[in-house]
Design a protein around this ligand. Sequence first.
Ligand code: ADP
Ligand code: ADP
Length: 231
Amino acid sequence: MSIIQLSNISKIYNPDTVPVRALNHVNLNIDKGEFTAIVGPSGCGKTTLLNTIGGLDHPTEGKVIIDHTDITALQSKALINFRLHNIGFVFQDYSLLPVLTARENTEFIMQLQNRSKKEYRQRAEELLKEVGLGDKMDFFPSKLSGGQQQRVAVARALAPKPKFVLADEPTANLDSKSTNDLLDIMLKLNKEEHITFLFSTHDQRVIDKARRIVVLEDGNIVKDEVLTVSY
Ligand code: ADP
Ligand code: ADP
């Protein structure tokens, strides 16, 4: 059973005025442990696809089933709760809370999960060490580079032990070195902790590291390629 199952997903923005068909009858299954890139030119529907999987956007047609739960059938409060516990998000602009330190940003969602302080402190520290920020845990985002901020975002996304992580153009604002570092960390987490990553990108350096490449064109999946990569 796939962890993500999209069946016949279509998304039409502004159906009553100037309709834009962003996704066109998309079917896609993602299994646990994948490291998959959604690729294609700007406007092909990558963000809409990830937002639909993450329950941030409601499809016009079709179902999104996450580990046996049809999230398209959930009411908003249930959906928010489901997201919080099951899906990790990484955004291209990092989206850290500026008034919280790296540690506090990482702890934040776990606090909403009613975990004990001891437990969330320890988990945040472990995760920040894992992304190479053990010496910067008490830094505010403004004191961190873009690459470091994005690594905090990865630690934050993993904190609630989600079923998978969605990352929309995670390296769009990073230089080559930070892009490489981030990808290496994501790959390590995938390999060692079996974290499932689904990310969008149009950066060839990022595409080269993926193990499965799903190509979108005008809201249609035109290619879906599983690669054999050795490390
Ligand atoms: P990508 O992430 O590949 O750049 P998007 O999913 O952002 O693609 O966009 C797919 C299509 O949907 C584009 O034509 C875009 O202009 C359109 N679109 C995205 N969001 C909206 C919106 N909120 N309202 C209207 N059209 C939108
Ligand atoms: P990306 O390239 O990362 O998909 P975009 O710049 O296409 O990002 O879109 C950024 C935001 O603008 C998204 O929230 C998207 O929903 C919205 N958007 C994109 N295209 C349109 C559009 N034609 N009309 C209204 N909103 C849009």
